[in-house]
Design a protein around this ligand. Structure first.
Ligand SMILES: O=c1ccn([C@@H]2O[C@H](COP(=O)(O)OP(=O)(O)O[C@H]3O[C@H](CO)[C@@H](O)[C@H](O)[C@H]3O)[C@@H](O)[C@H]2O)c(=O)[nH]1
Length: 495
């Protein structure tokens, strides 16, 4: 049904850091470059986290036509600590948000600025939009290869490959390594089951997460008007082309932080100011002190270690990693989230590590609980990035030309790791277990030019250049964004 109202996109990302931050980048872009009115909806829990980290001003209307809102999520509130919850709890809490989100949509219609589409990566939300007669636009925050891997879930079940039938042996990496998944268009024919999302590692025929993945993929295929990906064609064009045959129109508009910055520079001739209202992409307070510390280090001399916003290491892994870093002899900046420290029985990043390690690495190591990652990766003191391979981290590593040491833990991270190490060759995978000798060896390998570091560093530089090319005015992501604004977000364009 055509509408004469201006385009108004209501965003509701899955409420975890990696999804919220990239959705906010997209929302900013659509608002600034496409002239789209935006309502950006946080879960109540994340609203509290943003305010705690950046103050009330962070959610004030910073620019005409851009506003934040929040919906109750039914999660318990803790005044001191709203650190990451188990993603499964978050996944199943979304149901509580949907009625409130519908209310926001009804209120927008009643106030004369009706929503013209809903942008989300949550199937309940996309389906609710459809029910209300609005176009549902999927902003998918994983890589294209991660999405393609998830789209295989049903096929893997139909072929009897998952849930894994047997005992613990079947869950072992040996089995996951030797099971080849060679039928996926746009993907290498030697993909192993191991390279697929972590949800395949289940023996439960009623696994609720597997069920959610299957239903969400079905929703993407049948109920959405468009799929937006934070990637660029030179990096993942082949898999995107293959997915275009099974999904609604796909728009690749990444890397979003770089496209946002490039758009601002072209529009104003100046660097982006990042007003507080629009910059609250980080749900945690950032420790800017690490940038000053990096400023005292030589170029490419520091290893940056960060496992994103959700996954946890065990105490043993933390200790092995610590000694591996110390033994490598290289300087490091290591982020250990407060909730990670807490689950492993420590108080803050240093409290969770052996005192002897903290003492021994004074001056060589900087420990903190959250940092401005994009600025850290841009810093010339960073020589390599030990990452869990969350998609934002991998893409931020690639766009800044930083070689990676990959230690995937869950979700799509294994797929991203496979592509980073084998296809794009910007990374090296740490073995299945974190062991101090192996960590020390690999850190040296990637940091020291004369060994393998040289090759991955060269590739990383090449990919940085290609990422930069994607966001210039004639670049693929720039062009795709304009096309998407016209085809999906223009007033009256109800796809
Ligand atoms: O100290 C920190 C740590 C992280 N970040 C930012 O937080 C985001 C983290 O995102 P990501 O690297 O994707 O990791 P997760 O938070 O683990 O992301 C979840 O969401 C991603 C996108 O769907 C998936 O690829 C991951 O597997 C899933 O764990 C990035 O933008 C980082 O720049 C900071 O700014 N400071």
């Amino acid at each position: 049904m055509p509408t004469a109202s201006p385009a108004h996109a209501v965003f509701f990302p899955f409420p975890v850091q990696g999804h919220v931050a990239s959705a906010l980048h997209l929302a900013k872009l659509l608002h600034a470059r496409g002239g789209v009115r935006v309502t950006f909806v946080h879960s109540e829990r994340n609203r509290r986290r943003v305010i705690r980290s950046h103050g009330e001003g962070a959610l004030a209307a910073g620019a005409p036509g851009f506003r934040f809102a929040a919906v109750p999520d039914g999660l318990p509130s803790d005044d001191d600590d709203d650190g990451p919850s188990d993603p499964r709890d978050l996944l199943f809490s979304i149901g509580a948000c949907v009625p409130h989100l519908k209310k926001i949509l009804e209120e927008a219609a009643a106030s004369g600025t009706p929503a013209t589409c809903v942008v989300s990566d949550v199937d309940h939300v996309l389906l609710a939009a459809r029910e209300m007669g609005l176009p549902a636009v999927a902003f998918w925050t994983t890589s294209a290869c991660g999405l393609m891997a998830s789209l295989q879930c049903k096929e893997l079940i139909d072929r009897g490959i998952i849930p894994l039938k047997a005992d613990a042996e079947k869950l072992s990496n040996g089995y996951l390594d030797s099971t080849v998944v060679d039928w996926v268009p746009g993907m290498p024919a030697d993909m192993r089951l191991r390279d697929f999302f972590s949800f395949v590692r289940t023996t439960d025929t009623d696994d609720p997460v597997l069920a959610v993945v299957v239903s969400t993929m079905e929703c993407l295929r049948t109920a959405t008007s468009a799929v937006i990906l934070n990637t660029f064609d030179a990096l993942e064009g082949e898999v995107v082309a293959a997915m275009s045959r099974i999904l609604p129109p796909i728009y690749t508009v990444g890397p979003l932080p770089q496209l946002t910055a490039a758009s601002h520079v072209v529009a104003s001739g100046a660097d982006p100011p990042d007003t507080p209202a629009l910059s609250a992409a980080s749900l945690c307070p950032e420790d800017g002190g690490c940038l000053e510390w990096l400023g005292r280090k030589r170029p490419c001399s520091v290893l940056y270690v960060n496992f994103g916003s959700i996954v946890y290491l065990t105490s043993t892994q933390l200790v092995e990693l610590a000694w591996g870093l110390a033994d490598s002899g290289h300087d490091f900046l290591w982020v250990i989230r407060d909730d990670q420290a807490k689950v492993t029985g420590g108080d803050g990043p240093t409290g969770v590590l052996p005192a002897e390690f903290v003492e021994k690495t004074k001056g060589k190591g900087y420990l903190t609980s959250w940092c401005p990652q994009e600025a850290v990766l841009r810093h010339d003191a960073i020589g390599a990035f030990l990452t869990h391979c969350g998609w934002n981290s991998v893409l931020e590593g690639i766009s800044n030309g930083v070689p990676m040491l990959c230690y995937p833990i869950a979700a799509d991270q294994q797929t991203n790791c496979r592509y980073a190490c084998t296809e794009w060759r910007v990374g090296v995978e740490v073995g299945d277990d974190i062991e101090r000798e192996e960590v020390a060896r690999m850190v040296r390998e990637v940091m020291e030019e004369e060994i393998k570091g040289k090759e991955v560093r060269q590739r990383a530089t090449e990919w940085k250049e290609r990422a930069a090319m994607a966001v210039v005015p004639s670049g693929t992501s720039w062009v795709n964004l304009d096309r998407m604004v016209n085809e999906v977000f223009s007033p009256g364009n109800n796809m």
